[in-house]
Design a protein around this ligand. Structure first.
Ligand code: DON
Length: 566
């Protein structure tokens, strides 16, 4: 009854907002919606609107994803990008699945110790700030590949709305204004040519910003597709930027970049099929590991956000992250033992030292041994089209505004994805993640990711499209959103909005969103040996659930995220 009531209220709210004029869309961001045809949930209302307009024209989910990707590069520059990379998971309406890896690559002159001093210590922030932090961008090639294989509308139609936004300007939300102020104060110094269009004393909500250089870059991509970015004027601007600021990406690196169709990673949890991203993302593999480790436990009986369920989930998270640290990296460079890592007997064994009353210290958890003796500022968008095709994309510059470098007179930001490698195996990166040799830097290698764009089927039918930004917390954010729906029967909006927690093995602590958990529960968990670190917010999950012929969207209230559909 409660759910039907909520459904009614949300539908009413949606119907009253769905035809809103994009120019005032910032005032009434549609956080959730229940509709019956097609939907986009993304990090920005203008990007969601553009995606919806493509779906309305008869475009499919892949067309809409491409349009949303370019739109986010304009309206959500901290994470939306053409200078970064990402992963796309596709499920067509007949059930065929595809995954596209458009992750950045190390430049061809990159080497293992490029971020180390002579004495072997890490040069602080060298893998994060400025041109040397940049991986060869994959987004434009990825969008071209996706369009070549599945696009139904013309390439130009998908980019034109973003060119217009960049050219004609658009009003900033509060969050985007805050973001630009942060950029001006902390990242401007990494630019060899001042990106004057961003420079302003104080950006305010409602200010309009005009991105003429970016409009020109997008125009070239529209006209020349891949060659508009990896060759000619824009490629030259990127390499000139590198030369001015000691970066190492060459014109050959750009020309040689290729996104790759990879085998989808598929696993099962109860009667759900999980379709996710395999290496070089660790996201899908860790998610499937955690779900399999948790399957034998009665999480529903333990209760949502009870000390028992938080303990149990955190213990599974620790063990998966320990495996991540040793075994995962670019599959074109190392052998990732996926079969062993996902083996159900192995995962049962992995939880064999689990105690329901005490935290297992991370110091006593090690990456698994397969020879055990037993018989066992990223952004995400989710799209479903009128034909029943689904797309889940997570894309990133790595940290907010990436390397901070705007390519001189080309108007777009470059990533700082090189920090996702282990600059020094055994030492933590920005997200505190420990990596090993498997993720050491090598020329042309892809850095390990945690991005987890995922699609679920229930009884053979499309059930959920989900993903989020958040560095290492991506995997646990996706895990908990799935469990909130499957185990605790929350609506997708509640599943997205509710508090989240995160354990990544090292450091040995549970990161927890402040004021979202019962203090008694925290007390009990502390008594079991868990430590806590409070953070303001984690992730921005954007998801869609398909149930009884309806599409139910959940946009994260932690950001400007919005649902749009019809
Ligand atoms: O690929 C990764 O795992 C990271 N570069 C993702 C970074 C991220 O999610 C930052 N977002 N808030």
């Amino acid at each position: 009854m409660y759910r039907i009531f909520i459904l009614f209220c949300v539908s009413f709210c949606f119907l009253s907002c769905v035809n809103s004029n994009p120019s005032n869309v910032h005032d009434e961001i549609d956080k959730s919606a229940i509709i019956d045809s097609a939907m986009v949930v993304s990090a920005h209302p203008l990007a969601s609107e553009i995606g919806k307009s493509i779906l309305k024209k008869g475009g499919n989910a892949i067309d809409a994803a491409i349009a949303v990707q370019f739109a986010l590069a304009v309206v959500h520059p901290s994470a939306g990008n053409i200078g970064g990379g990402g992963f796309m998971v596709i499920r067509l309406n007949k059930g065929d699945c595809y995954t596209l890896d458009f992750r950045e690559k190390a430049p061809s002159t990159a080497h293992r110790d490029m971020y180390l001093n002579d004495d072997g210590t890490i040069v602080k922030r060298l893998s994060l700030d400025g041109s040397l932090a940049v991986g060869v961008p994959g987004t434009v090639d990825g969008m071209c590949k996706a369009h070549q294989k599945f696009g139904s509308l013309s390439w130009g139609e998908l980019i034109q709305p973003s060119i217009e936004l960049a050219q004609n300007g658009f009003p900033l939300t509060q969050l985007e204004a805050d973001g630009l102020n942060y950029f001006v104060n902390s990242k401007l110094k990494f630019n060899s040519i001042e990106p004057s269009f961003i420079v302003k004393d104080n950006w305010l909500k409602g200010d309009s910003i005009y991105l003429h250089d970016l409009a020109n870059t997008l125009y070239l991509i529209k006209a020349k597709r891949r060659a508009g970015f990896y060759e000619g004027e824009i490629a030259l601007k990127i390499t000139q930027e590198m030369e001015r600021s000691s970066g190492v990406i060459t014109s050959e690196d750009l020309q040689n970049y290729e996104s790759i169709w990879r085998e989808p990673l598929i696993g099962y949890y109860k009667n759900y099929k999980i379709i996710s991203m395999g290496p070089p993302s660790s996201g899908g593999a860790c998610l499937l590991q955690m779900l399999k480790m948790l399957e034998p436990f009665d999480l529903n009986q333990m209760g949502l956000h009870s000390y028992k369920s938080i303990h149990c989930i955190a213990e599974a998270e620790k063990r998966a992250f320990a495996d991540r640290s040793k075994y995962m990296g670019d599959p074109d460079f190392i052998d990732v033992p996926l079969t062993q890592l996902l083996d159900s007997m192995y995962l049962k064994h992995r939880m064999s030292n689990y105690s329901s009353i005490m935290a297992t210290l991370s110091d006593s958890i090690f990456p698994g041994n397969f020879n055990f003796k037993e018989s066992d500022q990223t952004t995400h968008y989710s799209i479903v089209d009128t034909y029943g095709n689904a797309v889940s994309v997570t894309t990133t510059l790595n940290s907010s505004y990436g390397s901070g470098v705007v390519v001189g007179s080309a108007g777009f930001l470059l990533n700082n994805e090189m920090d996702d490698f282990s600059s020094k195996p055994g030492q933590p990166n920005l997200y505190g993640l420990i990596g090993g040799e498997a993720n050491s830097i090598q020329p042309n290698k892809r850095m390990l990711s945690s991005m987890t764009p995922t699609i679920l089927e229930k009884n053979g039918q499309l059930f959920m499209v989900v993903g989020t930004p958040g560095g290492s917390t991506i995997i646990t954010g996706v895990l908990q959103t799935i469990l909130n729906v499957i185990e605790y029967d929350l609506s997708i909006q509640d599943a997205v909005s509710i508090g989240r927690f995160h354990h990544q093995w090292r450091p040995d602590e549970i990161k927890i969103e402040s004021n979202k958990f019962d203090s008694l529960v925290i007390q009990q968990l502390k008594q079991m040996g868990h430590s806590f670190k409070s953070v303001n917010s984690m992730n921005r999950v954007d998801a869609i659930v398909i149930s009884e012929g309806l599409l139910e969207g959940g946009a994260d209230p932690r950001g400007d995220d919005s649902c749009s559909g019809f």
